[in-house]
Ligand binder design. Structure first.
Ligand code: FES
Ligand code: FE2
Length: 396
């Protein structure tokens, strides 16, 4: 007979994932495969935390918009006539058609189905042939708004209109990012996102994982960033993101056949910063890999216990894209990164299969997996708070 998964005992068992790394173990496998747990995460994490949707540069001019999706909620992000960024549900408040697809520039958002018209801030400003409809006030039927914040050139949204701001909890991460000038970096629009058949945390933990660097990726494209040069700085308990560094065997290391940066180096980096790769994570949706000449960003969009979508793009120094050789050089980088990513994706897909097994472990960690504990700390605090809230709202 099936038993309820969400119990005090289940949540108490998470404490062994946040103790010292030497003694810690991974979270229970159910957290990665169970739909009830995913629904709990949806309420506890995704409807409460700041979620990355894209870059500010994707909506440069008033009227620019792009669409995104988190936990299957279609969203539209606009640059308003006042120059602000607005984020809204893309679900038409007439009969639920989506008012926008892809990207573009418009005066207003016109639903293609029956031509209800929404302003760039989501107000309903036109609704044809509704004059005989009783008690219908346009002001009551705007697109539901989300909270918006920007950080380092990225746009974040929050379904919770009372959510505390993100930026004050990222000061430790800002310090290590300072010399990259992330807010000013430029990049080509990312290629179409891919959907993957594994839990969003499996993907996040893979991005987090330095332990596998010179094992799974053993070979000339990766050996110069060996796992034993990993560090995991302690960050303030309330941090909304964290980072790890991995030293490289030579300065300006880059994942391509020359093993060296091909694009202009970010001009303000110190020699120490050029001698390492920096990995920054803002759960549950943004991972960054920072080399001396390029930043890879991964935007994760959870869909279910088993599926998520991943948008992956690159940022480079201002002006680097003007070089006539830029596309050729990027192609060399992209092809090599793709080779490495294929190895990761293969593992992720098989890890998800393993996590469904009755023999799936709560695994022990190497010292090179410090970032998994950082992720566990972020998760478990929120899981516990979410469970307390859920229990207090249930009838006795
Ligand atoms: S569903 Fe949008 S106007 Fe009817
Ligand atoms: Fe990897």
């Amino acid at each position: 007979m099936a038993r309820a998964l969400l119990t005090d005992a289940f949540f108490e068992s998470f404490s062994s994932s946040v103790i010292g790394l030497e003694e810690a173990e991974s979270l229970p496998p159910e957290c990665y495969v169970d739909e009830e747990f995913y629904r709990f995460e949806k309420e506890t994490l995704f409807f409460k935390e700041w979620l990355c949707v894209g870059r500010e540069s994707w909506v440069k001019q008033p009227g620019d918009y792009f669409t995104s999706r988190h936990v299957n909620e279609p969203l539209v992000i606009t640059r308003t006539k006042d120059g602000e960024i607005a984020a809204m549900s893309a679900v038409c408040q007439h009969r639920a058609m989506l008012v926008a697809e892809g990207r573009g520039r418009v005066q207003s958002l016109v639903c293609p189905y029956h031509h209800w018209v929404y302003s760039l801030t989501g107000k309903l400003v036109g609704a044809p042939a509704m004059e005989k409809t009783c008690n219908f006030q346009m002001a009551d039927h705007g697109l539901p708004r989300l909270k918006v914040e920007t950080w380092q050139g990225f746009i974040f949204v929050n379904f919770d209109l009372d959510a505390p701001p993100l930026k004050p909890r990222l000061t430790a991460v800002d310090t290590v990012l300072e010399h990259y000038g992330l807010g000013e970096l430029e990049g080509p629009p990312p290629p179409p996102a891919n959907r993957y058949n594994w839990n969003w945390k499996v993907m996040f933990e893979n991005n987090n994982d330095g332990y596998h660097a010179n094992k799974l990726h053993k070979g000339p494209l990766h050996d110069f960033v060996p796992s034993h040069l990993a560090t995991f700085p302690e960050l303030p308990a309330d941090t909304a993101g964290y980072y790890r560094t991995n030293g490289s065997l030579h300065a300006d290391a880059s994942f391509n056949p020359t093993t060296k940066a091909l694009l202009p180096i970010f001009p303000n980096l110190t020699m120490e910063e050029r001698q390492r790769v920096l990995f920054v994570n803002l759960p549950p949706s943004l991972s960054l890999v920072l080399n001396a000449d390029a930043v890879l960003y991964l935007i994760l969009q959870a869909e279910s216990a088993d599926w998520h979508t991943l948008e992956m793009g690159t940022l480079v120094a201002p002006g680097a894209m003007d070089d006539v050789m830029f596309e050729r050089l990027m192609k060399i980088n992209d092809d090599s990164v793709a080779e490495i990513v294929v190895q990761d994706l293969h593992v992720d897909s098989l890890v998800q299969q393993g996590l469904k097994s009755k023999f799936a472990p709560r695994g022990r960690y190497s010292w090179q997996e410090g970032a998994q504990r950082q992720f566990n700390l972020w998760l478990v605090e929120r899981y516990q708070k979410g469970w307390d809230t859920l229990k207090s709202s249930r009838p006795n």
